[in-house]
Design a protein around this ligand. Sequence first.
Ligand SMILES: [Zn+2]
Length: 682
Amino acid sequence: MADNPLLSPSTLPYGLPDYAAIRPEHYLPAFEQAFGDHKAEVSRITVVRSMPTFENTLVPLEESGRLLGDVARTFYTVSSADATDEIQSIEEQLAPLMSAHQDSIQLDSALFWRIKTLHDQLDELELDAEQRYLVERHFTEMSHAGAGLDDEAKARLTELNQRLSTLTTQFEKNLLADTNDLAVVFDDAAELDGLSEGELSAAAQAAADRGLEGKWVVTLTLFTGHPYLSSLTDRASRERLLTASRSRGSRGNDHDNRDTLREIVRLRAERAALLGYDSHAAYITSDETAGSPAAVHSLLRELAVPAARNAAREQAKLQAIVDAAPDPFPIAAHDWAFYTEKVRAAEYDLDRAALRPWFEAERVLQDGVFRAATDLYGITFTERHDLQGYHADNRVFEVHNADGSELGLYVLDLYTRDTKRGGAWMNSIVLQSRLRGTAPIVVNNLNVPKPAAGRPTLLSLDEVTTLFHEFGHALHGLFATVTYPHFAGTNVFRDFVEFPSQVNEMWIYWPEILASYARHIDTDEPLPAEVVEKLHASEAFNQGFATSEYLAAAWLDQAWHSLTEDEAAADIDVASFEAAALADIGLDNPAVPTRYSSTYFAHVFSGGYSAGYYSYIWSEVLDADTVEWFRENGGLRRENGDRFRGRLLGVGGSKDPLEAYRDFRGRDAVIQPLLERRGLAD
Ligand SMILES: [Zn+2]
């Protein structure tokens, strides 16, 4: 215990955990200690005999649980990005313990009484705006968690939460295992015709890593689709890849997720009923900016009609190409991306796969992502080779403000590995807080295939977009200037959190930024002007498909989570349920599959997006409206960046987000820019 590095504050800069010294066996004892400390800290608040005040209740509450937060962020960073068998087994053991602990705090009657007492007299207390909002949020969150229920209901709630945490961990574990098992092995390079040399060498390397020298292995992404579907010329290879992707979690083997997700749905519906809501979706949206499932459903239905119509138009064009060839066939889902590239080439004379040499990863990072942030916010980045993260592939950068003051650390983990979950994300290792005197450490994870040794990493345009997007979340975390850790950085409503990251994507095509990062790997030539023009011209291209596949997934999430307790108790066949839900909203075109099917929909069955996958399009309303504002005001300028940072990014969760938005924009957001961007306007 004495030499457990998790139990003493890190002496590294910014409190970066000393990952080199941490061994897996340190985690569980550290969590145990941290649970105990946190409980003791909270009981010191509740044993106070004097009436509750902000100082004797909220301040110590915000200071409590510090060790637990530190240990948890240290651990979950690793369990998402480098989950060895040992780490996975710790995560499984931890899930119910963590859930029980959280409940013991969130459902603590004595603590709730103190907060409710403060909340009842909110207008009489002399509090500043952030303090006032802190009381409101703690009161709302504890009520939402069930702190006002009687003891019997609380006991059942705790059981449900623990079982759910085990199930969601199980879902993710199954998915990771099935994704690895289903990586597609090709015996002959001819089957992979169409891939670039770099992609082929990555596939050969992936095969070698699995002991399959002389073969090629294509690993799956989290999405239904796969980036290689757009370039593989062999129709059978495309079909194999898509079929493997779509079968994840539903093959009747040990990794089958169907029973797991049905139980998750059933227990979430039961929990919602216990808390007084008709469904899990009603429960979740009640504490989001959306407010109700009806508001969400109405937006999704409104967008689904023009999206499906646009997808059908796109499909007709793809079909025309196939029909003009010698052996026509009906366009299937695995053909969509491939023929879409043909249409793109014909209509815009644009070959996206050929753009990779202009998107060398280091250049994109330094001269694109970092450069845009420097121009907008004045911040600078210095790589700290003396600091290491949790994996040899991590890169650690120190971030400074324009005046030279220290802002925080940014950790980048670019490459895919079998121990990393799919997709891309940002998370925090340390939260900013004035109360605690801490500066932020944020991490970005992507799943870019690692090139063979000595070769450069050439990104696809999608990967460039992902990097800018995730970096937008990173900025949100880095720019926090809040007092209370409860509000730091990305601790905002789920249906608001994607907004800053989406806005950051606008700099990808911004002329100065593009000219700075999109340089040919061999010649240093910028992306030719006519290619840039074509990229602009083709921005709304294939948006019918992209919007439909996204909306389909968002609708599936709503469908599962809008079930009442009784409906969820029925014996539901997963495939039929999906089909019926997609038909209901008119997104059942077999050539346009949902972005995720239920059995591998990690966002909603193991991540934090249950009944919340709609958030991406919901916050895109704000994003598109904000992009307009930047354009109206001269774009990439320090004044603009400073306003966005000061009024929006920096406030984190410390005020009502829509109020922060009005502060920044001068009015509420309007939907028109989104409709135009996605080609959905009448
Ligand atoms: Zn995001």
